[in-house]
Ligand binder design. Structure first.
Ligand code: F6R
Length: 605
């Protein structure tokens, strides 16, 4: 979703800002822009389209040492040049970039119009520039604080003022803002991706905080100007994590990183002495964990689907009821929060607003919530008083692949840990640990069969609709397979429990509607094979993902994945589904890493 970058220091700001914008591209956006301080004036360059299009409009060299940049994902107002950020006041004195949504924008707009201000864009963000310009204050941070006290909604902002050419004022409420500390230079970004090339030293702004950045450092205050002491943290990731290396797309790179991700999520967490797991980060004693009667998982999109699968894994081993729900559905139904329920919030980015607000709802009602999060130091990670970090490394492709797998590993560790506290036997615990240790090599083997997946994808990419079906874990996996395919290849794909097909969707099965059938080698395999017969009777093409070679018989095509511990089979079966989506997108000339309309981190409700 929208991205912010900014620089103040001795170096030329422009190359740092353009590089920062490129690093933010993966978040998904529709327009981009830059504002620079230049000879006591603001130079603004912005356009609808890709970052390279903005860069192509820039003069070769602009001497400026302070500037801000933005990638916009439209909320208020269509994608257009005029709606792109930065936005300025009528005099061109103040420039603002903004992530988030101003909820009282309509009344603020009316007030400004009544005062004769000419508002040129349809955005809520432009209003901030006019409002800041109209405050009579000597200091820019004072003016920003005054305006923010009258705002409701979410924001991460960076502001320039020609009256203060060597500073940037930033503020945060619900939308991340990170300060990067350099030597005689200071950076700001909404995502560490735009910072790691220059510094590993960062300060995370909290909600309700404002900071004034200069080349020599930063001053953080509350909205009421009370100073806050904040020491820098270190970012773990390196610059190389944001490069494609030998791959054509980040999605391919991240699919191939999965064996290593599994090892990283497991690292230091297998307890071979007690055949259990170590999850100290949960910050919950054994006693507290034994007191929970239920677990409720919340998340959005793939994180929710990983939660559905995780719920089945934990329930199976720990023998307590676990269910998962889409975070926004959960928060809007005034949920009953029970004190003997452990709530788990799943999020790759740790910034998804629907999940964040659901956490607020749980905490406000006195519930216990922990995070299963990839991005260290993200809002969700900090809001929950503990959890399980995935340690999957940065995920740059908009669609999640490696973090989905890492989430399943985190749930399996939790299942093992809770199971061994309850009635899972040591020998069953040991069997699962051995299976987890063998998994990276099995996934690597599946990754080597890329050319087979590519051939299949070429065949199935010509259809415009597809079904994915399975039972139990296979159904959750079908949901993920369908979501991946529609996100990157734009093929309309729907997932159903296999048993539901005959209750309606089969009406649409024809020779033009293929079905991907997920058939783990379990006691439901016969039922899944019967579903294939129903589809074949309607001449529907079938691609089966199987574990037992005997299950290939009536499918038109199949992929066989190795037999393994039944709780880990979904991970093996997921690999062909990820590749099916990836190669189908390539066949159809789609933008694999930045699919249309999608954002990596969805920070609006
Ligand atoms: C799908 C995908 C999205 C995210 C969802 C939640 O490929 O990536 O569905 O899973 O937007 O994002 P996080 O996990 O960052 O909370």
């Amino acid at each position: 979703m929208c991205g912010i970058v900014g620089y103040v220091g001795r170096q030329e700001a422009l190359p740092i800002l353009t590089e920062g914008l490129r690093r933010l591209e993966y978040r998904g956006y529709d327009s981009a822009g830059i504002a620079l301080h230049r000879a006591h004036k603001l130079a603004i360059f912005k356009a609808c389209g890709k970052v390279r299009e903005v860069i192509s409009t820039l003069p070769k060299r602009i001497r400026a040492h302070t500037g801000i940049g933005h990638t916009r994902w439209a909320t208020h107002g269509v994608p257009s040049d005029v709606n792109a950020h930065p936005h300025c006041d009528s005099e061109g004195r103040i420039a603002v970039v903004h992530n988030g949504i101003i909820e009282n924008a309509a009344s603020l707009r009316d007030q400004l119009l009544a005062q004769g201000v000419r508002v040129v864009s349809d955005t809520d963000s432009e209003l901030l520039a006019h409002l800041i310009a109209r405050v009579d204050a000597d200091r820019l941070d004072d003016a920003v604080r005054t305006v923010l006290r009258s705002i409701t909604g979410t924001y991460g902002i960076a502001v320039l003022d020609t009256a203060h050419p060597e500073e940037i004022v930033i503020a945060r409420n619900g939308s991340p803002v990170i300060v990067g500390i350099g030597d005689g230079e200071t950076f700001v970004a909404s995502d560490s991706a735009a910072l790691v090339r220059y510094t590993q030293k960062v300060v995370y702004l909290e909600d309700g905080e404002v900071a004034r950045l200069t080349a020599s450092g930063y001053e953080v205050t509350t909205l009421d100007a009370a100073p806050i002491a904040r020491a820098p943290d270190a970012i773990e990731v390196s610059d190389g994590s944001y490069e494609k290396a030998e791959f054509d797309h980040f999605m391919a790179k991240e699919i191939h990183e999965q064996p290593e991700c599994i090892r990283r999520t497991l690292r230091g967490r297998l307890d071979k002495r007690f055949h259990s797991a170590r999850l100290d980060g949960l910050n919950l004693s054994a006693n507290a964990l034994l007191g929970f009667k239920r677990i409720k998982v919340i998340g959005c999109g793939s994180a929710y689907i990983a939660g559905l699968l995780g719920a089945k894994i934990v329930e199976r081993l720990a023998r307590i009821p676990v269910d998962a729900e889409a975070a926004a559905e959960f928060r809007y139904r005034n949920p009953i929060i029970e004190h003997d329920t452990l709530y788990l919030a799943v999020s790759q980015s740790g910034e998804t607003l629907d999940t964040l607000v659901a956490i607020d709802e749980i905490q406000r009602k006195g519930g216990t919530v922990r995070g299963i999060v990839n991005v260290v130091g993200s809002s969700i990670a900090r809001k929950c008083a503990g959890g399980i970090y995935l340690h999957a490394g940065p995920e740059i492709a908009v669609v999640s692949t490696k973090t989905f797998v890492a989430t399943l590993i985190a749930f399996t560790l939790l299942a093992l840990y809770l199971g061994r506290m309850r009635d899972l036997s040591p020998s069953d615990g040991r069997r699962l640990i051995e299976a987890l240790e063998a998994l990276p090599a099995q996934v690597s083997e599946l990754l080597e069969r890329e050319s087979d997946y590519r051939r299949l994808a070429a065949r199935y990419a010509r259809y415009d609709h597809a079904y994915f079906i399975g039972r139990n874990c296979g159904y959750a996996l079908a949901m993920e397979g369908a979501l991946k395919l529609k996100e990157v290849s734009y093929i309309h794909a729907e997932a159903y429990p296999a048993s539901e097909l005959k209750h309606g969707p089969i009406a649409l099965v024809t020779e033009h509607t293929p079905t991907v059938v997920l058939i783990p080698d379990d006691d439901l395999a016969e039922r899944n094979l019967a579903s294939i017969e129903e589809i074949k009777a309607r001449r529907g093409p079938v691609l089966a993902i199987i574990q037992n070679p005997d299950h290939a018989a009536s499918a038109d095509d199949h992929v066989t994945v190795p037999a393994m511990h039944e709780l880990l089979s979904p991970i093996a079966m997921l690999i062909p589904l990820q590749f099916l989506a990836y190669f189908a997108a390539i066949e159809r000339n789609c933008d694999v890493d930045q699919p249309r309309n999608l954002a990596k981190s969805v920070t609006v409700e």
